[in-house]
Each structure stands twice: as C-alpha cells, then as structure tokens.
Design a protein around this ligand. Structure first.
Ligand SMILES: Nc1ncnc2c1ncn2[C@@H]1O[C@H](COP(=O)(O)OP(=O)(O)O)[C@@H](O)[C@H]1O
Ligand SMILES: [Mg+2]
Length: 253
C-alpha cells in the first residue's frame, strides 16, 4: 500500500482505497472539504459531479499527483495506481509498443506489452507512431499502458470525453471486459450520467466538497436505456446533480 498525506489505517481491511476527512484547498477555498470514500478491491465506482466540483482534484490526490495543493486527511491507495486522462498523453517520438512498455519493470516487458496491445485490439500496430492513430486507438494504447502494470487501482478522468459517440460505446465495452479480467478497483470520473450507469457497480456524486450521494447500480447487464429501473436511477442521479430531469434530456451537466 502506498500512503499519501496521513497514511492508511486498518479498520476497513476490505477497502483497497480508504479516504477520510480529506481536505484540499486552493487559496482559502476548500475544494474537497472533509471527504470520506472507500473502494473495495475490484469495485468499479463512477464519480459524478458538476464541472468544478473537485473531481480531478480528488483523482490527483489519489494518484499522489497533487503536491502543489494544500490539504489534510487520510488517504490510502494500493500500489501501483494507474491513471488514464482525457487525452492519451502518448510520447509522440516513441512507437506504440515503446509507449506501452516505457519504464515497465519485471520479466519480459516487450512480450507483456505486446499482449496488452492485443488485449485492447491493437495487435500488429506495435511499430505505429501515435500520430498515425485515431483518438479512440490512442486511448486504447493508454489503457494498455495502464493495465500492463496490473494496477490495484485504475483512475480515469473523463477518459472518453473527447471521443465520438460510437467510439465511446466501443470503449465502454472494452473497458468493462478489461476490468473483468484484470480486476483493478476503478474510479471513473465522468459528467455523463449514462456512462456512469452503464459501467459502474456504484455511483458516487461529489458536491460541496464531499460525497453527497452513494448509490449502488443494481441493474442486470446489459443495462438497457429503456428499462424502468434505468430511468429511475438516471432521474435520481440528475436530481443529485441539480438538473431537473423533466426540463431537458441532456445528460451532460
Ligand atoms: N491549480 C489550481 N489552482 C487554483 N484553483 C484550482 C486549481 N485546480 C483546480 N482549481 C479549482 O478547484 C475547483 C475544482 O477543480 P477540478 O477538480 O478540476 O474540478 P472538476 O474536475 O470537478 O471539474 C475548481 O473551482 C477549479 O477552478
Ligand atoms: Mg476535471
């Protein structure tokens, strides 16, 4: 277990992520203000919240990437943690396989990198340059680069936000499949209520610096948009986000 800013305490042994009383401030404003959250091993949690509510601030704290921020609280996360961002952040001067295995420890990194690329549907593209890939393909490389490290926690910050709708659906299917196989705990930031419902075991809503709602997604797969249970959950989440579901059909907030 890696610990950041306070260390891990052991009274929830089943939780692989344990956050207590987390405060993160910019100037005199507490963006995170006493936030508590647990994630179980292998659990897929979607984090919803309005723009500016502090979702990325929470992810950066969990990734140990927030050295520029002041704050207090307990934060325990597994090691290693992998992060996927909205842009794939590939090194343009390295070929696809070299991006995947960059800094990778352990036996036979090249073989493991090739296998990871095959898992995301990019077998045969090892020698391709990042610029030759579509946005969706670049995100596949980014997923391969994360999962080849077998993270205990996968953090994803609006990873499909820049993709077109059809590519996004294909990425949802791929992500579910990869997570079922590798079983990392996942914290997926999204502002898309439907993405949260389709993918997650549990949806949490960040508001006023804390987790304001924590709702299990108890729907059978595949999660059909048309079902009554889906519609009820969608409505509830939109209300938590302060959107009147009867006023508009738009799920992005
Ligand atoms: N480096 C920073 N300096 C000052 N304020 C910041 C910084 N990063 C984020 N903030 C502020 O913190 C709040 C939360 O930001 P962020 O975590 O990026 O929100 P979200 O990801 O939910 O849209 C916003 O009001 C944002 O302006
Ligand atoms: Mg953000």
């Amino acid at each position: 277990m890696a610990t950041h800013a306070g260390g891990l305490t052991a009274d929830h042994p089943a939780a692989t992520v344990r956050i207590r009383s987390l405060v993160r401030s910019f100037g005199d404003r507490n963006v995170l203000d006493g936030l508590d959250l647990d994630l179980g091993a292998g659990e897929f949690v979607a984090l919803l919240g309005r723009s500016g509510s502090g979702k990325s601030t929470l992810l950066r704290a969990l990734a140990g990437l927030d050295h520029d921020v002041t704050g207090t609280g307990e934060l325990g996360a597994p090691d290693p943690v992998a992060v996927v961002f909205q842009d794939a952040r590939l090194l343009p001067w390295k070929r696809v396989l070299d991006n995947v295995v960059l800094g990778l420890d352990g036996p036979d990194p090249v073989a493991r990198g090739r296998a990871a690329l095959a898992e995301v549907g990019l077998a045969g593209r090892e020698k391709t340059w990042p610029v030759e890939l579509s946005g969706g393909e670049q995100q596949r490389v980014s997923l391969a680069r994360s999962l080849v490290r077998e993270p205990g926690l996968l953090l994803a910050d609006e990873p499909f936000g820049a993709l077109d709708a059809l590519t996004r659906i294909r990425m949802h299917v791929l992500l579910r499949r990869l997570c079922a196989r590798h079983r990392p705990a996942v914290l997926l930031v999204t502002h898309d209520v439907d993405e949260a419902i389709v993918l997650a075991d549990r949806v949490v809503v960040l508001a006023k610096g804390r987790i304001g709602a924590d709702i299990p997604v108890d729907l059978p797969a595949p999660r059909a948009h048309g079902s009554a249970a889906y519609a009820t959950l969608r409505e509830r989440l939109l209300e938590e986000l302060g959107v009147d579901p009867t006023a508009q059909e738009e799920s992005a907030v």
